[in-house]
Design a protein around this ligand. Sequence first.
Ligand SMILES: [Zn+2]
Length: 316
Amino acid sequence: MRLAEQVTFGGGGLDRAAHRRGDDAWLAGAWSGAQVLPLWRDKPLFGPEGLGWVPSAHPLLDARRAEAVFLGLSGGSARFALDLSDWVPAEMPETLGLFRDPSEQRHPELPEDLSFRELRGGMTALAPVEAELAATAKGLFDWHRGHGFCARCGQPSRPAEAGWQRHCPGCGAPHFPRTDPVVIMLVRRGNRVLLGRSPGWPEGMFSLLAGFVEPGETVEAAVRREVAEETGVRIGQVGYLASQPWPFPASLMLGCWAEAETDRITPDPAEIDDARWVSREEMLAVLAGERTDMLPPRPGAIAGFLIRMWLADRLD
Ligand SMILES: [Zn+2]
């Protein structure tokens, strides 16, 4: 798909300079003059325009250089990220960790015009490379938080390679950041696409069907299995369209098209609240906000991107 990398979190072109991750002398030199992105409990620091980068010489950050993760090179400077999650603000937001967290936190030692904000809310306003930097930092810190102990022997493990690995001092096992593949499919049948909604979603919210790829499974098989499990619709041909890193917390969305061979929908109540075929004309009305029973797709997610590309005949 020619326009694949126009998806949110796509096409950032970040130079990750991965060969520098084990070079402590180079990293120490790169730190001076570097720009640092602080994160607090999964929320990146934002400024008036884009992310809230802070010079590495700032005393709060410089004192914690050993914990910094090296993200890469961008805009002529080295980019690092630091997790400041141990800071406790005077007021803890009640919305922290919810699907929508509109709250902002200002750290008393950081510039006043910078605040920690939920990435889901701010992602579509970011330039592609900034979105990639934020997704990378969020994904890495989430992985570190959930993998403090060696999965092989149970001993506490330590960050290594500028944050891109963890090593176990007990058994020597290296551990690498996880990315979990998820298939998300534009299921077509003539002029219509198949949309579904999960139990508990806001009223009127529908999206493309999606599900995790299982061990031993191809992308194509995962598409056919998920659609069959969730709706009973049988799928023939499957093809790949575009991918999207989705750091909520660690998914790689694999966008596919799939040709349905049957019409009849039998939703699996455990996974699907409702599923329906939606025509191009109906979808255009949804996007225009003219339907009361369906909301437009959420901005930033690959489902909305693929639906818009389908409507514009740009899946080529
Ligand atoms: Zn171990």
